[in-house]
Write a protein that binds this ligand. Structure first.
Ligand SMILES: Cc1cc2nc3c(=O)[nH]c(=O)nc-3n(C[C@H](O)[C@H](O)[C@H](O)COP(=O)(O)OP(=O)(O)OC[C@H]3O[C@@H](n4cnc5c(N)ncnc54)[C@H](O)[C@@H]3O)c2cc1C
Length: 394
């Protein structure tokens, strides 16, 4: 169903959360002539450095602003399962980005477009009033907290997985899964342009990955279902790879299991969600940067445009396709991964390397055309899970 289009009233838009999705939404709205204020709970725009991997789609979306965060490129993926390895050469390299640089450069762009960014402002709740929305925000440190009230015609929740905006406006809580990462020292002969992925279904229905960082270190991560087992599995895996952990990072990320409508009316005001707050994360790989930026474009379109947002419609399709892939992979045993890698013949690997995983429809079409045996492997799962048929619209 298309997302409806609504306009802010004259009292401007408020964005909660100064991370990638929120700042990009703010930029787009300000560039379209809307007064925008961003409220961020952190006291400085200096998030801890975190190395992320994104497709070249980020560069297409952000141009120069995105380029400032790029610290490396990946030309090759190595996929491991059951002692087998398949190598995929990428036509367009993936980008290694420093999340803190991305946020700072988006903030600069937002401020240059006229956005006001208020740090140390925690969103607590909202009420509707005659003109729009009345936001409750808190400033200060523990013990000396002050409550402020601000008005907004539109409120955009870009406040992450456990969004207070979503809760305040009546969205149901979204499911989430634990992600644990170990920062590891890489051996000096490690190829800095290669990223590795291991499928170990007895540890996790997802996978382990290793992204090389620019500093001679790498991020070895895993997504699981139970936080304790996921962490223990990672510790064992790091040791098995003969790597030395420097620190561990843990977070919960949204587990997309159906599209979350991004707009609700609260009295006379409009509330929107973007990024992790709206579950806009590819559940096949749990990448959320590019999809969150696309969510930002969609919400900006819905606020400023005169018709339904085509970006949100396309994003929904994209996220559903990743859900389809995830549901199939979730049922894979070691023998299925073994077959998957065996079936990845030269033409299928070339198709995989030529197609961006932020365009899952094209990727599935091209790879399955090159290797029809993968259709049978996927279909076996489709037929054992009726929920998949509904999603198989690519
Ligand atoms: C360890 C880890 C590794 C990852 N690796 C990758 C990767 O390699 N590639 C990829 O594409 N994705 C990756 N992701 C996912 C990606 O980081 C997220 O999808 C993305 O950062 C979400 O951006 P966002 O702007 O929606 O939300 P967030 O980045 O979560 O930002 C939310 C912001 O809202 C603020 N906030 C929260 N509550 C309030 C409040 N009440 N009031 C005011 N402000 C508030 C927070 O302080 C924060 O600044 C990873 C995630 C994790 C945790």
């Amino acid at each position: 169903m298309p997302e409806s289009s609504t306009r802010t009233t004259g009292i401007g838009a408020a964005v909660i959360g100064a991370s990638s999705a929120g700042l990009y939404t703010a930029c787009l709205l300000a560039e379209a002539g809307h007064p925008v204020t961003v409220y961020e709970t952190a006291r400085s725009l200096d998030p801890k450095p975190r190395t992320l991997i994104v497709t070249s789609r980020m560069r297409d979306l952000l141009g120069q602003v995105g380029d400032e965060s790029v610290v490396g490129e990946i030309n090759k993926f190595e996929l491991y399962a059951n002692g087998r390895v398949a190598t995929v050469d990428l036509d367009r390299p993936d980008l290694i980005i420093d999340r803190s640089k991305l946020i700072r450069s988006l903030a600069r762009q937002a401020e240059a477009s006229g956005v006001q960014i208020h740090l140390n402002h925690r969103f607590k709740g909202l009420k509707s009033n005659g003109r729009g929305l009345r936001l409750q925000l808190e400033t200060g440190r523990n013990g000396t907290r002050t409550t402020h009230h601000k008005e907004a015609g539109a409120l955009i929740g870009a406040d992450g997985t456990f969004s207070t905006v979503a809760r305040s406006a009546g969205w149901p809580e979204q499911p989430s899964i634990p992600l644990v990462q170990a920062v590891v020292n890489l051996p000096s002969d490690f190829d800095r342009n290669t990223s590795k992925v291991w499928f170990v279904p007895e540890d996790t229905p997802y996978f382990y990955w290793l992204i090389p960082e620019f500093s001679g270190r790498g991020a070895l991560g895993v997504i699981g279902e139970d936080p304790r087992r996921t962490r223990e599995g990672l510790e064992r895996f790091v040791e098995k790879q003969g790597l030395e952990p420097v620190e561990f990072q843990a977070a919960r990320i949204p587990r997309y299991n159906k599209w979350i409508p991004t707009h609700r009316e609260v009295g006379r005001g409009n509330v929107y969600l973007v990024g992790d707050a709206a579950g806009q994360v590819k559940v096949s790989t749990v990448g959320g940067i590019v999809t969150g930026l696309r969510g930002a474009i969609g919400v900006a379109e819905a606020i400023t445009g005169s018709g339904p947002s085509t970006e949100l419609r396309d994003l929904r399709r994209e996220l559903d396709r990743h859900l389809l892939i995830r549901r199939a992979l979730h049922r894979f045993k070691e023998s299925d991964y073994d077959r998957l890698l065996r079936f990845l013949n030269e033409p299928a690997r070339r198709a995989l390397g030529a197609t961006n995983r932020d365009d899952a429809g094209a990727l599935l079409r091209r790879v399955l055309r090159r290797q029809p045996r993968l259709v049978a492997l996927g279909l076996r799962c489709l037929l054992s899970d009726p929920g998949l048929i509904r999603l198989a619209r690519f």
